[in-house]
Design a protein around this ligand. Structure first.
Ligand code: HDE
Length: 686
């Protein structure tokens, strides 16, 4: 750790050192123009007479306004809403047997990384907690150049071929005639696309599942989605799929809660990431691969090149080999998060592509999109995009060129510069594409092996727990219920009967169309790894709102708070007013939030303490509102001895996840266990 120009502590690594030369701290400095001319007046423009016309001569006014006029760049055409952080990747065990990638050779090697999380459909200013796929893009600044793994929090995709991507995105984005709805797939064009392109079935199941309403970035999986290749020093290749597994487990919001958070705190997830890193609760993921030998390419009942298919983890286990830690927030969101340019085609020797037709199209799109988004071909020179190792070639000129390539020569081959910059052999680290044998006729068609759209959609359904299935049905009912065209609503249930007849029938009734007549595909297999019920549960970094007023029992409450904090729980004191509150036994506690500035949906659990207040009726109504909402969202609620009258006044009932303090109970520890569990789906909320 070291202090840098902005006075903050930074975790130093090669990328951080590189960025340091670009950081500017304006604090305490004199104001100047961009030409470094000192400015004497930043209050009034230059005029001929105090009430007279403004003069063109006012160089500062012109420069200031012109710069402002040009401050915006196009937002990303997809994944516009995003947030990022710096960190490092640490290798646990050598992957030498499978890849020659330098950063995957020696255990303990640390590689600086930059990770951007995003929502796909919404604009840059849309809310974080909408139902959507989330992007999970990582730039590894390796000593052999930048490696980008540009993945999502779901392991499959809507389409099999890149040629359909513009259609998919046009369908999910706000409809063009009225630009409604923002950041939502619950509208006619999206569902028209789904029923007209049934390869989307599997991904739509994921989108309707809890995975699409991740609680925050720290508790979601990451997937490379495509099948890539790892290639070792001997040239032997394996097909691989990449996985990120969060140390805190995979957790989601409930839909009603997600919608309310969108209003109460549209920045909920970016705030969570920012705050966690600032507090030193560094998010961590383990990195793993599923591997299939080249000779086993055709051993599966799906095509391993089809991005609408998973490789069930029970059949092809995930081998963990490293850890990602996010440990530093950005200094400037525009300079870093907005200007970072990811590209699945940024690879290093030992990592290669496959013929997945979705991946192949992406290899074109990302470089292309950066040209318009970042205004020309020199975006690799933007600090956040620069590799930490030197780069040399004969590319020259273009908008905003910053480096000054010296010398007479900018071509290859040459004699004037001794034929440099020179190419490298594979042994010298030159990237040599995998020598895959390819043959076939030029054709525009879908492979027969890509034609089964429903078996894995059903596998996913079969793998869900009861509550997860119910949430999927609820999500379909909401989304399809928002579709105006009855014909499309009918076609949705007619399509999804192939996943599960009972599910499609319930949806049909709920969205006012005929029950589907078809049958589900006969898949009985399931993959327990797909269910979030089998994830990791820990109380760490979960936030408990302590609802309290004056007159609480200090010894009881402070002992509970201590137990919570010792278990890694974050405690926020919520009361009627900011300031301090006093217990009946003379303890004082500072208030973090009021009932107005916070909301029940912003907490993972509640600790109902109560007390007294100047306005008893309002105090009780605020607390019972918090209890009712948290109860409805299946959250743990702990009730102090003084809190019971508030609990009784609410709609909540004793039962799962309700922990009541009493002299005999081990209240604090029982409450911690309930907090770790997070949701109590068996609770009867109606
Ligand atoms: Fe992207 N995608 N994508 N995508 N994608 C972009 O690139 C594209 C796909 C993903 O935080 C764009 O720089 C095509 C799959 C992430 O900056 C664009 C196809 C997966 C991000 C683009 C796909 C992704 C993007 C827009 C179908 C998961 C945000 C801005 C062939 C494996 C990266 C940009 C960030 C961004 C194209 C499908 C992930 C237009 C053509 C599958 C995480 O180039």
């Amino acid at each position: 750790m070291k202090k840098s120009s902005d006075g903050l502590e930074h975790r130093e690594n090669s990328k951080d050192k590189q960025l340091e030369q670009y950081r500017v701290n304006n604090y305490g400095e004199k104001m100047t123009t961009n030409q470094a001319l000192k400015i004497s007046n930043d209050e009034f423009s230059l005029k001929a007479g105090v009430r007279g016309p403004t003069l063109m001569e006012d160089l500062h006014l012109r420069e200031k306004i012109t710069h402002f006029d040009h401050e915006r760049i196009p937002e990303r055409v997809v994944h516009a809403r995003g947030y990022a952080a710096h960190g490092e990747f640490e290798l646990y065990k050598s992957m030498k047997d499978y890849t020659k990638a330098g950063f995957l050779q020696v255990p303990g090697t640390k590689t600086p990384i930059f990770t951007r999380f995003s929502n796909v459909a919404g604009s840059k200013g849309s809310a974080d907690t909408v139902r959507d796929v989330k992007g999970f893009a990582i730039k590894f600044y390796t000593e052999e150049g930048n490696y980008d793994l540009v993945g999502n929090n779901m392991p499959v995709f809507f389409i099999q071929d890149a040629i359909k991507f513009p259609d998919l995105i046009h369908a999910v984005k706000p409809e063009p005639h009225n630009e409604i709805p923002q950041a939502s797939s619950a509208h006619d064009t999206f569902w028209d696309f789904v029923v007209s392109n049934q390869e989307s079935a599997h991904m739509v199941m994921w989108l309707m599942s809890d995975r699409a309403i991740a609680k925050n970035f720290r508790v979601m999986d990451g997937f490379g989605v495509h099948t890539f290749r790892l290639v070792n020093e001997e040239g032997i290749a394996h097909f691989v799929k990449f996985h990120w597994k969060p140390k805190l487990g995979v957790h989601s919001l409930v839909w009603d809660e997600a919608q309310k958070i969108s209003g109460k705190d549209p920045d909920f997830q970016r705030r969570d990431l920012w705050d966690s890193i600032e507090k030193g609760h560094f998010p961590e993921w383990e990195f793993g691969v599923q591997m299939i030998k080249e000779k086993d390419e055709f051993m599966f009942d799906f095509d391993i090149l089809d991005a609408t298919k998973i490789w069930p983890e029970e059949t092809v286990p995930v081998q963990i080999f490293g850890k990602l830690t996010l440990n530093k927030n950005v200094d400037n969101v525009f300079a870093e998060t907005e200007q970072v340019a990811f590209h699945p085609g940024n690879v290093v020797p030992g990592i290669d592509f496959t013929n997945d037709p979705l991946l192949q199209g992406r290899l074109f799109s990302y470089l292309d999109t950066q040209l318009i988004r970042l205004g020309g071909p020199n975006f690799a020179e933007i600090p956040i995009n620069r590799p930490v190792c030197p780069f040399h070639n004969n590319q020259r000129d273009g908008y905003s060129r910053q480096r000054i390539d010296v010398g007479q020569v900018s071509y290859h081959n040459n004699t004037l510069a001794n034929n440099t910059p020179a190419t490298s052999t594979a042994a010298e680290g030159g990237y040599v594409h995998y020598a895959e044998k390819v043959e076939g006729k030029v054709i525009q068609a879908r492979s027969e092996s890509f034609k089964d759209h429903f078996s894995q959609a059903r596998l996913f359904w079969n793998s869900m727990s009861g509550p997860e299935k119910q949430h999927i049905i609820n999500a379909f009912t909401f989304e399809v219920g928002k579709v105006n065209s009855k014909d499309i609503r009918q076609r949705v249930v007619d399509m999804f009967v192939e996943v599960d007849k009972e599910m499609a029938t319930i949806i049909a009734v709920d969205v006012g169309v005929n029950r589907p007549s078809g049958e589900q595909v006969p898949v009985t297999a399931s993959s327990p790894a797909l269910s979030q019920e089998n994830t990791i549960y820990t109380p760490q970094t979960l936030t408990v709102g302590v609802l309290v007023g004056n007159g609480f029992k200090g010894t009881e409450v402070l002992a509970t708070i201590r137990t919570l904090m010792n278990a890694g729980v974050i405690v926020k004191i919520v009361s009627g007013k900011l300031g301090t509150i006093r217990s009946s036994d003379n303890y004082q506690v500072a208030v973090d939030e009021t009932f107005l500035t916070s909301a029940p949906v912003l907490f993972d659990a509640l600790y109902i303490v109560g007390g007294n207040s100047e306005n008893e009726a309002k105090f009780e109504s605020d607390i019972t509102y918090f209890i009712n909402e948290s109860f409805k969202h299946y959250k743990p609620i702990g009730v102090a001895t003084t809190g019971q009258r508030f609990f009784k006044a609410s709609n909540a009932k004793e039962g799962p996840g309700i922990v009541i303090d009493s002299p005999k109970s081990d209240f604090g520890n029982t409450f911690v266990k309930a907090i770790a569990k997070q949701r109590f789906w068996t609770r009867d909320i109606y």
